[in-house]
Design a protein around this ligand. Structure first.
Ligand code: ADP
Ligand code: MG
Length: 692
């Protein structure tokens, strides 16, 4: 890696971006491709051939030997199959490098080994990957050399979505259409397109690779299943924003360089709350590009960590007793001519369009709180949400003083006449400048917080794809916009109608607004009084996908069919049960092969000591007491292990039912937590490498 570089020079150097396309493609081809990217016009094969040829030439200049369609099946990670550019040898024995338009646009990977949730029987193996030209291709440099990566969508033979990208693109169409309808009502005739802007902040842990390799639980499950707390955790709050240690700084430098080259706008880096926890945030981008970039970020973090002798943990809760990791999904709506629909302006009470957008979002979030909650559910996040470090499992919206006050005025008097002002912040130090204060404070405990000109959905898991949450956000807001437009397009007096509608939505959905402490027990009780759902676990969240409400919503806006929703629910149950199953088997393995033998060895040491000390005529009461205690714990542990082994075997037998989550997960989780008592061997465990 180069020692010094100029960011502006390297930024995007490995991306087939607009500049490259403009330089390399014939004018007509460039224009046609832009039309496809911007307006969704179909691309003909002759044009695709020209693009493919130029893309290949460009990639080869970057050193690429292979290309891959890069897609996002429902495994949670990305998938790729590499093909080299070589074609059949010529009579001379030489090869040519080729890449056709057909190869660029469409691929047919065998889809039978990807999760389909019953959408596709195994004998119907065919799946299709289709080029997503709205997300630029790029060349990735790694141990494989250089590979041209082409972002693609992945569907079944019958066109059902088998990936994370297809529904996201569909939901972007829905929100575009409905946002434009809304803008037209307010006299906007110039904006041609509205896209969700998304900036995901990514949290992660870094641990030393050698230490990581001593922990089977980290290797197999991504989190520690046993262990004792170290004497110092995060109680001093000295890690958050702390000075970045040199080893980590070196890692961050390389991550940034790699990300910038492939056009990812890595912007912010800092230490997070827990020891060894960090964050990276890019500058926000169009939703589908942000999705692809977030995958690139996660992969780059992992790859560069290995190069630095470390492991990057993206699990939501790698360690008990300190904070886990999430991903904050910052979301707003931007027009092609640069207007943000979530920008309140200085006097939000006069900004009628903003107030309509805002109250529509309140309505959407209140109506579909269950779907939003589900979109943040993954097995790891069950350990995080509602655990006083992450937002509670209850969905509520934080608006801040200023907007809450405007809504309050609307609801109580029917008229909003003023907006609270920020004023000046006085530091009391003459040499420090007075700061202009925001009209609104922040709230760290809210799952869905308005932060100036965007919403920040703070529930998303650190490992999870941001597709799910944004599919839900885009679609539920599209529905709310559409329903508002249905009313307003028919109104005789627009001003009056819009005023009434804002007041109606504010009143009906005020219950979802909460600006207090989301971590408190009082809020849990208050939320229950307000009738807000409190969905505590992933298994309880999944059914939200297949309610009549959800099916109507997603079918109406052509984001998912009923069959696709059912398949996704099926896949989620399966993923959940498999994750828990792997954790249980890992616990059994560690307990059987590492902990119990170590404890037995220790009891022998104690017994030998007792005999020797007794023979020497000294007091052995402490050693005896320890031996009795540990032997009792050993008996308990052995029976917990037996119980967990039985439950795990039963789960394997009942795979079908288990998948449907009819199996009582609680039995499973209970016996796993019984096993955790082995943490009571802290004194023994801390003598074992990697466990203490
Ligand atoms: P925080 O103070 O919340 O930790 P960060 O700077 O870490 O803020 O991250 C904020 C994220 O929100 C960044 O990715 C940023 O680009 C993104 N963001 C800023 N404005 C918008 C917007 N209008 N729409 C969507 N995302 C935005
Ligand atoms: Mg941040």
């Amino acid at each position: 890696m180069s020692e010094r570089f100029n960011v502006a020079d390297i930024f995007g150097e490995d991306v087939f971006n607009d500049t490259v396309m403009q330089e390399r493609l014939p004018k007509k081809v460039y224009k046609d491709l832009k039309k496809t990217i911007e307006e969704g016009k179909e691309l003909d094969l002759a044009t695709a051939d020209v693009i493919a040829h130029e893309m290949k030439e460009w990639a080869i200049e970057k050193g690429a030997t292979h290309y891959t369609r890069w897609f996002q099946p429902l495994t949670g990670v990305t998938a790729e199959k590499h093909d080299s550019f070589i074609s059949a040898p010529l009579p001379s024995g030489k090869v040519l490098m080729s890449f056709s338009g057909k190869e660029l646009i469409k691929g047919e990977p065998d889809a039978s080994s990807f999760p389909s949730g019953g959408l596709r029987a195994t004998f119907e193996a065919r799946g299709y990957t289709a080029w997503d030209c709205t997300s630029p291709a790029f060349v990735r440099h790694d141990a494989a050399g250089a590979t041209l990566c082409i972002p693609t969508a992945f569907c079944s033979y019958k066109g059902e979505a088998l990936d994370q990208k297809t529904p996201l693109l569909r939901s972007m169409q829905a929100i575009n259409e409905q946002s434009l309808r809304l803008l037209r009502l307010f006299g906007n005739t110039t904006s041609k397109k509205v896209t969700p802007s998304v900036g995901p902040e990514q949290e992660y842990f870094l641990v030393d690779a050698d230490k990581f390799l001593q922990r089977k639980d980290l290797i197999y499950t991504g989190r520690t299943l046993f262990g004792a707390m170290p004497p110092k955790g995060q109680e001093l709050d000295d890690h958050y924003f702390g000075t970045i240690r040199q080893r980590i700084a070196g890692f961050m430098k390389d991550v940034n360089e790699e990300l910038w080259k492939v056009g990812v706008t890595s912007k912010t880096q800092h230490n997070e709350v827990a020891p060894a926890q960090h964050e990276l945030a890019p500058i926000y981008a169009e939703c589908n590009v942000a999705l692809d970039h977030n995958h690139i970020v996660m992969q780059t973090l992992k790859r560069v960590a290995c190069q630095h002798g470390m492991k990057c943990l993206l699990h939501e809760k790698p360690f008990a007793g300190v904070n886990g990791s999430g991903k904050h999904d910052n979301w707003s709506l931007t027009t092609d001519d640069g207007k943000n629909l979530l920008e309140p302006g200085k006097t939000p009470h006069e900004n009628i369009q903003f107030l309509l957008v805002l109250t529509c979002i309140l309505k959407a979030v209140d109506t579909h709180a269950d779907l939003l909650r589900e979109s943040a559910a993954d097995p790891g996040n069950d350990h995080r949400l509602g655990a006083n470090e992450a937002p509670p499992a209850i969905i509520s919206v934080f608006l801040g003083e200023q907007l809450e006050d405007v809504l309050e005025q609307l609801i109580s008097t029917g008229e909003a006449t003023h907006s609270l002002k920020g004023g000046k912040l006085q530091t009391g130090v003459d040499t420090l400048p007075d700061l202009a204060k925001d009209a609104t404070d922040r709230n760290r405990t809210s799952p869905f917080a308005f932060t100036g000109n965007k919403f920040e959905f703070r529930m998303v898991g650190s490992r999870d794809s941001i597709s799910g949450p944004n599919v839900v956000l885009n679609t539920i807001v599209a529905e709310a916009f559409s329903e508002a437009c249905d009313v307003l397009e028919k109104a005789d007096n627009f001003d009056e109608a819009v005023h009434d509608l804002i007041k109606k939505y504010a009143t009906e959905h005020q219950r979802v607004v909460f600006d207090g402490n989301g971590y408190s027990d009082a809020w849990v009780e208050e939320a229950e009084r307000r009738g807000l759902p409190n969905i505590k676990s992933m298994v309880e969240a999944i059914p939200a996908l297949t309610t009549d409400k959800a099916i109507n919503l997603f079918e109406k806006y052509k984001v998912f069919t009923k069959a696709e929703l059912e398949s996704r629910a099926e896949i989620k149950y399966e993923n959940y049960s498999k994750a828990i199953n792997i954790e249980a088997r890992t616990m059994i393995d560690i307990a059987t092969k590492q902990i119990i033998p170590a404890v037995i060895k220790y009891t022998k040491e104690l017994a030998d000591t007792i005999n020797a000390v007794k023979a020497a005529g000294a007091d052995v009461s402490v050693q005896s007491e320890l031996l009795t205690e540990i032997s009792a714990l050993l008996v308990e542990s052995k029976s917990a292990l037996k119980a967990l082994t039985e439950v795990t075997e039963k789960a394997a037998e009942m795979e079908k039912r288990f998948r449907k989550a009819e199996f009582t997960f609680n039995d499973y989780l209970d016996s796993m937590s019984q096993m955790k008592k082995m943490g009571g061997f802290a004194n023994v465990l801390s003598m074992m490498p990697g466990i203490g």
